[in-house]
Design a protein around this ligand. Structure first.
Ligand code: AMP
Ligand code: ZN
Length: 118
């Protein structure tokens, strides 16, 4: 597995930097955001170091789809209210103009009662 030594999220996957893990399988890792923008805020990342959606080794549609498909179950596990009255927000900041700060692609999952911080 590609593991970039200077990548904070690769270090989290490798257990070098601690995190509050919410999910792990062969390809995907999930952990709570250290600076939550909502009462519930966690990140889903590919274990493989993929910088952006248009990177040389892009996030393939199947893996991206799996990450999105995991979100509803994990959101409820983390305390989001299920169904239409509850729900969550997914966001993926891609590139500088997209507001990306960590260049290891990640899907934000945010939920919980409003108001949110951002
Ligand atoms: P983005 O602007 O989409 O690149 O967001 C990066 C996110 O990573 C931010 O919401 C940060 O709070 C979060 N983050 C940065 N470092 C850590 C860390 N060590 N553990 C958990 N979340 C982090
Ligand atoms: Zn990485």
């Amino acid at each position: 597995m590609e593991n970039h030594e200077n990548c904070i999220f690769c270090k989290i996957v490798a257990g070098i930097i601690p995190c509050q893990k919410v999910y792990e399988d062969d390809e995907v890792f999930g952990f709570k955001d250290i600076n939550p923008a909502a009462p519930i805020h966690f990140l889903l990342i590919p274990k493989r170091h993929i910088t952006t959606l248009e990177a040389d080794a892009p996030l393939d549609a199947q893996l991206l789809g799996r990450m999105m498909a995991l979100a509803p179950r994990l959101a409820v596990e983390q305390g989001c209210r299920p169904g239409r009255e509850g729900g969550f927000r997914l966001s993926l900041n891609n590139g500088a103009d997209g507001g990306q700060e960590v260049y290891h692609t990640h899907l934000h999952v945010m939920g919980g009662p409003r108001p949110w911080n951002k």
